[in-house]
Design a protein around this ligand. Structure first.
Ligand code: DGT
Ligand code: CA
Ligand code: CA
Ligand code: ZN
Length: 585
């Protein structure tokens, strides 16, 4: 972790602990702001950490924070944080990590309810003995109970966005060794699953021992779990298990196919081989009689996946499709979806600027989108209901839109659209009047609050928003946060049918916390004729990189370029956006 990121975590922790202990809001805010600032900063603070003048010259860093930064740099710790940690019982600090439970609630539970652990909290929620605390009614407590249960059931699986960069780093490090012939990550990660149990790495190497030794010696290794002849397992300092398997180069494709899985896909593939009097295993595709003597025999195919698929009469099945969801039959008929790649994506239709909670100005956002090769970027800042995100009221939005159009007028090689991400309120009405929405080029409508309402209400809510003639895109339709918050669970069939009927696109939000819509819902949507919008919901320049997670998820959902509004040319996009506007003339 970078120096800045470590400090940001540290300040966030301090802000929370201060709030739990009832410190004044001003100090809490200072740490929160400092943490946010540190995350946005493009330059590393480490080189100037001991120079208070330079530190305080950085926007958002005052004298108090500068002292803490210097202290952390000098000693590797911050005394005040240690004191706070000592003052707050571990169990109370753990309660702060329950999704949706803020420091104020934790303070009430602790100081007034005498609760000092999550187990005790669960117990008291269950037996109803907690119901007379201020601001903690029965409903709130029920919600907390559910939240604890959801977090526990999500268990130890990592989000794709955490596992993938780690795996890429490991693969690069192993690939750099001279003896390495081939190395890839396999398993659920290669299939692009939204959560990952463990990382599976596969390698072919002239000197397996040297490779395994290097693997267990990497700086991110916390513990070596297993050190065998063909398999080595480690646990990283972030708690992730990584398995390395070293195989023969001439059988690499068979091993890669096997360890990519899924298990269910492998079962179907093995059966297909048997039906053709062949045998498929992690060492290759064999004639039935040779499978008993693999040491002497030559496989029908083994070195690449492609040849194995071909010898089984199949076109190449991309890893994201290997879930036994009809992909083998489709490959046999040459009817697999056209693979969607980053080159197909030509615009971003959901992005924020400093006017709400983004870190880029309109000009900077346009420049970044251009750098990414896009022909269009939509500025869609939050609506007034998003107070904490500095959402815009009608007047501010009008001024903002005028400014966006003015800037757009000055730029030749990128189109900047004036839009909004308007809140879908609990009853499905929108946070702006229709007249105002009608003036905008693009309208993304998203649910942000009331995300635990029941399924019937959620369906009604989303369908009502879809029916609004000015809405182009439903942003992150369920509002889920993977591993943290379940989000809405509407009748997806009804939502999809409404979107298809009214020509509203459903978003695949590419942020790895969201991946919303998820793969199976995407597939149902494109089968019903819906358009999909793949957006990064960029709040800063690096967020454009999140697109890759969206593409993986889209491919898992059998989404093809022709289904995606972000793949439209400038002209076709303009036409699609307009089509909604013409409906009411
Ligand atoms: P995960 O780690 O829970 O996110 O999911 P995977 O799919 O990465 O599963 P993992 O790590 O247990 O195994 C990696 C791949 O190895 C799996 O996708 C398919 C293959 N594999 C592992 N065990 C078996 C097995 O018993 N039978 C078959 N056919 N394949 C297996
Ligand atoms: Ca795995
Ligand atoms: Ca594994
Ligand atoms: Zn957004």
């Amino acid at each position: 972790m970078s120096f800045n990121a470590q400090l940001a975590d540290l300040f966030e922790r301090m802000a929370k602990l201060l709030e739990v202990t009832g410190a004044n809001a001003f100090r809490v805010n200072a740490y929160q702001r400092g943490a946010r600032r540190l995350r946005e900063l493009s330059e590393e603070l480490e080189p100037i950490a001991d120079d208070p003048k330079q530190l305080t010259a950085t926007e958002g860093i005052g004298k108090g924070l500068a002292e803490k930064i210097a202290e952390f740099h000098r000693t590797g710790r911050v005394e005040e944080l240690e004191a706070l940690r000592a003052a707050v019982p571990d169990g109370v600090a753990a309660m702060m990590d329950i999704p949706g439970v803020g420091p104020k609630t934790v303070a009430t539970l602790w100081k007034q309810g005498g609760i000092t652990s999550i187990d005790q909290l669960k117990q008291t929620i269950a037996d109803g003995s907690l119901e007379d605390l201020p601001r903690l009614g029965k409903k709130t407590l029920e919600k907390i109970g559910k939240s604890i249960a959801y977090a526990e059931s999500a268990g130890q699986r990592a989000r794709l966005g955490d596992a993938l960069p780690l795996a890429v780093r490991i693969v690069e490090e192993l690939a750099a060794l001279n003896c390495t012939k081939r190395v890839d990550y396999a398993g659920s990660l290669r299939r692009g699953c939204e959560t990952i149990g463990d990382i599976d790495i596969l390698a072919a190497c002239e000197d397996p021992q040297a490779l395994a030794k290097h693997f267990t010696g990497m700086s991110l290794v916390d513990e070596v779990l297993l050190s065998g002849k063909t398999k080595t397992s480690i646990r990283t300092d972030t708690g992730m298990q990584v398995d390395l398997r070293i195989v023969r180069e001439d059988r690499y494709g068979a091993a890669l196919m096997y360890f990519t899985g899924s298990k269910e896909h492998n079962v179907v593939m093995r059966q297909r081989a048997i039906d053709r009097d062949l045998r498929l295993n992690e060492y290759g595709l064999w004639k039935a009689e040779d499978a008993e003597r693999m040491d002497e025999a030559k496989p029908v195919a083994a070195d690449t996946e492609k040849v194995i698929y071909r010898k089984l009469g199949l076109s190449h099945i991309g890893p994201e499709l290997r879930e036994d969801r009809g992909e083998v039959a489709a490959a046999a008929d040459d009817e697999l979806p056209e693979p969607l790649t980053i080159d197909h994506i030509q615009c971003e239709l959901h992005a924020h600027t400093t006017t709400s909670d983004g870190s880029l100005s309109i000009e900077e956002l346009a420049a970044e989108a251009k750098r990414r090769g896009f022909h269009t970027v939509a500025v869609t800042d939050h609506s007034a209901g998003q107070v904490q995100a500095n959402g815009l009221d009608a007047q501010r939005l009008k001024r903002h839109a005028a400014r966006i159009r003015q800037i757009n007028g000055k730029l030749d090689d990128i189109t900047v659209l004036a839009g909004t991400e308007v809140d879908i309120l609990a009853d499905g009405s929108l946070d702006y009047e229709d007249d105002l929405l009608a003036e905008l080029d693009v309208v993304v409508a998203s649910p942000h609050s009331a995300l635990s309402q029941n399924s019937a209400k959620a369906t009604e809510r989303l369908v009502r928003a879809i029916e609004n003639p000015y809405v182009h895109i439903i942003g992150h339709p369920t509002g889920r946060l993977i591993g943290r918050r379940e989000g809405l669970s509407p009748d997806m069939g009804a939502v999809i049918a409404a979107a298809a009927e009214h020509g509203a696109a459903l978003e695949l939000n590419a942020n790895p916390w969201r991946l919303d819509l998820r793969d199976l819902h995407l597939r149902a949507a494109v089968e019903a004729g819906c358009m999909i919008a793949i957006n990064t919901d960029a709040h800063g320049p690096a967020d454009f990189d999140l697109l890759g997670y969206g593409l993986l998820t889209a491919r898992r959902g059998w989404v093809e370029p022709k289904h995606v509004v972000n793949c439209l040319s400038t002209k076709a996009l303009a036409k699609w956006l307009q089509s909604k506007r013409q409906g009411d003339q």
